[in-house]
Design a protein around this ligand. Structure first.
Ligand SMILES: CC(C)(COP(=O)(O)OP(=O)(O)OC[C@H]1O[C@@H](n2cnc3c(N)ncnc32)[C@H](O)[C@@H]1OP(=O)(O)O)[C@@H](O)C(=O)NCCC(=O)NCCS
Length: 189
């Protein structure tokens, strides 16, 4: 790991830095502070320790891996898509969910996503999860999202066009009215 970077569980004093990085990577309006606060509360907060970040010595977040534990993601996801758990080979209530991940561009391509994801996967396993569900950003620059997920053991099971079009944000690739696709992927634990 690069000198000066620390992998720590997500904590409240880092929220602002996570939101800033997420909106820089995906586009303005992608994530709000209120949304992150709600996510943290709904996923069990500091006690659950499912989400991880890399921070530098100035306490700035340079990477985040945000993760829902079993039975905490159904409501937010059902508001977005009509998912079909028969594709996953795992009971719905035994699946964790990788919501979103990002690394400051200076740190991409060095395997840091794997370290954050391993920490989350271990925490999910300890919480009784048998698999992890995620939706990869198909148009991620350089195809990095799908490449990192496949290396980490995820398999594609479905494709969703216009996955983020319901969000009122400005995609870094499409601007307003995002038409990026998501690849639904699953990894057995
Ligand atoms: C996706 C992401 C988290 C992967 O993290 P990472 O630590 O860079 O992952 P890896 O080092 O394992 O890189 C994965 C692959 O993508 C490539 N890659 C990473 N960043 C890249 C970039 N900006 N441009 C082109 N290729 C890139 C790597 O070289 C590697 O390719 P390889 O498998 O042929 O060696 C990170 O690249 C990122 O934050 N991207 C922007 C946001 C994003 O797409 N998030 C995912 C949303 S679902």
């Amino acid at each position: 790991m690069e000198k000066g970077l620390t992998l720590v569980p997500l904590q409240e004093d880092l929220f602002k830095s996570v939101v800033e990085l997420a909106n820089k990577l995906f586009g303005p309006g992608y994530m709000s502070l209120g949304q992150l606060e709600k996510f943290f509360k709904d996923t069990g907060g500091e006690k659950a320790n499912l989400s991880f970040v890399f921070k530098n010595t100035s306490n700035e977040v340079i990477g985040f891996r945000l993760t829902y534990g079993p039975n905490t993601w159904q409501k937010p996801l059902a508001g977005k898509i009509k998912y079909d758990s028969s594709r996953w080979g795992c009971p719905e209530n035994k699946a964790g969910y990788f919501w979103t991940i990002g690394l400051d561009s200076r740190y991409q391509g060095a395997g840091l996503a794997k370290e954050m994801s391993e920490a989350s996967a271990n925490a999910l396993k300890a919480a009784g999860a048998q698999a992890i569900l995620t939706f990869s950003w198909k148009q991620s620059p350089g195809g990095a999202s799908q490449r990192y997920l496949e290396k980490f053991g995820f398999k594609a099971v479905h494709e969703w066009p216009n996955f983020w079009s319901h969000l009122d944000y400005e995609c870094v690739l499409c601007g307003k009215n995002c038409h990026c696709s998501a690849i639904e992927m699953i990894k057995k634990l």
